[in-house]
Unconditional design. Structure first.
Length: 145
């Protein structure tokens, strides 16, 4: 099986570590690239500077609330780009505000998940993302650089 490339856009180091650990558990082979803010995510996605040879992700896990360029801005840039717009984006955030949910779906997020606060539930949520997006769903073919 080909590796699934996942881009995790998350400014919380502890949430990133937990998400990466949960994604690494199980039988699906994947690689996870972690970027810490929206500006870094855009450099990664558009292969700029230190990310000139970065792989195109097959799935993006995107936090909304980040300093500087926020998740909605990143999502807007992804959906405005002809090559990137087909990549599924799962918003994984602490916000349960209706306006954030509506804005994310309005920007064509593929799903919106509120991060649970307890560790067990957090692992279960990430496992469900992994199960659905990496085992059930047929992802688009890999994009050419």
């Amino acid at each position: 099986m080909n590796a699934i490339n996942i881009l995790l856009v998350e400014d919380s180091e502890s949430d990133a570590e937990l998400t990466i650990e949960a994604l690494r558990r199980g039988r699906v082979y994947n690689t996870v690239s972690h970027v810490r803010d929206g500006a870094e995510a855009l450099r990664y996605l558009f292969r700029e500077e230190e990310y000139a040879s970065a792989p195109t992700p097959d799935l993006i896990l995107l936090d909304l609330n980040m300093p500087g360029i926020n998740g909605k801005d990143v999502l807007r840039k992804i959906r405005d780009d002809d090559k990137l717009r087909i990549i599924p984006v799962v918003v994984l955030t602490t916000s349960s505000y209706d306006q954030d949910i509506l804005a994310s779906y309005g920007l064509y997020a593929n799903s919106y998940i509120v991060k649970p606060v307890d560790l067990t539930s957090f692992f279960e949520v990430v496992q469900s993302i992994k199960s659905f997006w990496l085992q059930v769903v047929k992802l688009p073919p890999k994009l050419q650089p």
